[in-house]
Design a binder for this molecule. Structure first.
Ligand code: GTB
Length: 217
């Protein structure tokens, strides 16, 4: 069954890999699954055809035969649950890998997103200068806690899993602010994720897609 995902026609990040199709591409590459990408413009995202597959008018989506999914976490979980390599066989280890996916999406990502909102959507407000340090501090608190748990381990719980894939993808969004590099263990953890051949392929493909250059260039 062929797989099609959606992505920004042109990501606002110019191919830095921060839009959420990259994490789905990465999961597909880890699983060794071929896929096609359907570009969606901002206006098409809010039109009925796309809203029929994504009620919130966003990317990414995932189509595989009759199955249509939205939400990057649900898509990664689906891929991980049906193909070897992203979830451990042992049921307790599997539950913990899923726990880390939820932790990434529910506990670590929200303050990181809040900073982007505070900067880019609320930056012009009179109270923005006071709010920004508070939001940045909430990210530091979470990253400090995560760094303490990771310690000197390579991955969050034994072997690399969908939990790490999701967490690394989320942490990447804290790099442009400089906050990720305040936590050397997490910066090294993210670098280990980025060094994986599957991530490299996913990154190169999204970059080519967003810049119009060939992946080899
Ligand atoms: N919870 C959903 C998921 O995980 O799939 C969130 C999906 C989402 O936020 N999608 C964004 C979107 O479609 C793209 S990824 N936005 C358009 C809209 O809502 O109208 C978020 C994103 C956007 C831009 C950058 N960037 O330029 O750096 C990074 C990430």
């Amino acid at each position: 069954m062929s797989i099609t995902i959606t992505a920004f026609e042109r990501s606002p990040d110019g191919g830095m890999g921060l839009a959420r199709d990259t994490r789905v591409r990465w999961a597909l590459e880890e699983a060794g699954l071929p896929y096609a990408v359907r570009p969606v413009s901002f206006s098409a995202m809010k039109a009925p055809a796309h809203l029929a597959i994504h009620p919130f008018g966003q990317i990414p989506t995932y189509e595989e035969g009759e199955l249509v999914l939205f939400e990057s976490g649900a898509i990664i979980f689906h891929i991980a649950a049906h193909h070897p390599g992203l979830l451990p066989e042992d049921s307790n280890a599997r539950a913990r890998a899923v726990m880390w996916m939820f932790a990434a999406l529910n506990t670590v990502e929200p303050p990181i997103l809040e900073l982007a909102t505070a900067k880019f959507q609320e930056g012009g407000k009179s109270w923005s200068r006071e709010r920004l340090p508070l939001v940045a501090e909430r990210i530091r608190q979470r990253l400090g806690q995560l760094s303490a748990r990771l310690g000197d381990a390579e991955w969050l719980d034994g072997q690399f899993s969908a939990g790490d894939l999701t967490m690394v993808s989320v942490l990447l969004r804290s790099r442009p602010s400089g906050i990720l590099d305040e936590f050397p263990r997490l910066a090294a953890y993210v670098a280990r994720g980025e060094a994986r051949p599957a991530y490299q392929r996913a990154f190169a493909d999204q970059q080519a897609f967003n810049t119009g250059r060939s992946p080899a260039a």
